[in-house]
Design a protein around this ligand. Sequence first.
Ligand SMILES: Nc1ncnc2c1ncn2[C@@H]1O[C@H](COP(=O)(O)OP(=O)(O)OP(=O)(O)O)[C@@H](O)[C@H]1O
Ligand SMILES: [Mg+2]
Length: 584
Amino acid sequence: MTLADAHRDRRGIRILSPEVAARIAAGEVVERPVSVVRELLDNAIDAGATRITLEIEEGGLSLIRVTDDGRGIHPEDLELAFERHATSKIAALDDLGHVHTLGFRGEALPSIAAASDLELLSRVESEPVGVNAVLVAGQVVRRYAKPSPRGTSIAVRDLFLRVPARRKFLGAPGSEGRQVIVLASHYALAYPGIAFHVTSGNRRSVITSGDGDIRHAFAAIHGAEVAAAMLDVDFMDGEVRLSGLCGPSSVHRGNRAGISLFVNGRWVQSRPLTFALIDAYQAQLPVGRSPLAAVHISLPDDDVDVNVHPAKAEVRFRDERAVGRAVRRAIGHALEASRPVAWDETPAAGSVVIRALHANAPSPLRAPEPLQSSFELSRGNPDHPGVPARTQRALLPMLRVVGQLNATYLVCEGPDGMYLLDQHAAHERVVYDRLVARSTADPDGVQPLLEPLVLELEASVGSTLDEHRESLARLGLEIEPFGERAALIRSVPAGLGARDIVEEVTALLQKLGDEQRVEDPFGRAAATVACHSSVRAGMLLAMDEMRRLVEDLERTTAPRTCPHGRPTLVHLGTETIERQFGRR
Ligand SMILES: Nc1ncnc2c1ncn2[C@@H]1O[C@H](COP(=O)(O)OP(=O)(O)OP(=O)(O)O)[C@@H](O)[C@H]1O
Ligand SMILES: [Mg+2]
């Protein structure tokens, strides 16, 4: 039979040429129940299934059965499906660069059949009855026609029973079973359009509706309450498109199992991308906690190679850093859009008392300006109550400064109640954005020193300086080595000059040295310089200074967080205020 014949027929499985077969990442395809399940789910999805049932007994050791309503296997293709390097999914070497299916090697079924007793029942649309086959040690020992719904059901029994050396490496049924359920959960999030029905023993564990809404699938796995709190991710960074859900920083877990990443539809385990995602939360999560997320990453075929791992557990990116950056930006954007942090309404908040209003120029309270339609944007998102809707433009509600509290917070009136702005965090954001914007050595941002200042260096700080000197120079802080234990400060970013420069720069270098993750050294340097050039807590501000700060903040890229990820403002809604006064 030629390839053309195969296409004309409804049959389609062919044996790959030795040349193509040799290029396929070879090695162990199945090593435990979870890897068998992954292969069977992949085949069901590639067959266009809309419903997939997965049953396991004893953690998959005694039984794994996957049933789908996909296109089925043609009876004449049955034997071929169990041959090595026989696949319907690719034909030529060239296809390996454009794999649009989860499978492509023609390795899975033969590997699974070789390690188990396998039974298959399948029917294609065009055939009146299905075919049932029983395989022992990879060989078809019995086959007969049998009525069957369209689709395929494959039962894998007694995995590795005939391969004691492998069986030894398997864990207890409980632990093998858990891995299967975790995998099935990731798949349910990867394919919200497929209805999954997963049972382990007689326990139903993952059941999704397949209505295509990732939030519904997420609810099926993590619960409705968490699902409702999740933020939408929808972001385009160059050619990388990201969509899905990520948790607000208030939702976290003790491990990373709640992070699902998909690349071109494929569930992937990628440490760098997982780190990038966690990094986007910066200091917002408690130490040692991980966020929840289900993020789909789509990028051009050429930018990702799926043929690098025998069990398809990993993919390789042409530019992994760019993908990581896109992940960080997408999550950062989603988090940004979800602020401000609502007032913490724990019982203690019931007794919030505003003690002092240190307004420099206390103006009598004016009647609030009439609401403008753009204010509506901050009122909430009708699709996801509790998640503020926001466009890229209206990142901050319109704020009117009322006064200053404890020489630290600006008290502002907004479209829906009161906002407290942290003057240091807000100014940090303003300075940071300015620094980054003019980092291309704008002379206005740099304040040259007539006399260079001598900076004494501790040994540890010396290496920090070497590491960051370039970034700092781009920010206007030029520091030149000067002998073993000293350096000369030649210029400082405008704004830093008013204080004790040597002390500030020393503190800055120390802080940079303490930073553990320096994924984005320039960004970190800018954040640290911004911190040191900003208005401090405890500084009295005049009314016009406060107004200018709010105006400047409005123009920044991320007005709701400081460069370290902490909030710049909190919100006390009108409704809450009215409740406090018993008006509601
Ligand atoms: N559930 C299924 N429904 C329809 N066809 C299937 C199903 N499972 C397997 N097949 C057919 O059997 C062939 C062999 O499957 P197998 O999983 O061994 O290889 P593959 O999916 O092509 O590649 P890989 O080894 O990367 O998974 C597939 O190419 C497909 O044509
Ligand atoms: Mg396959």
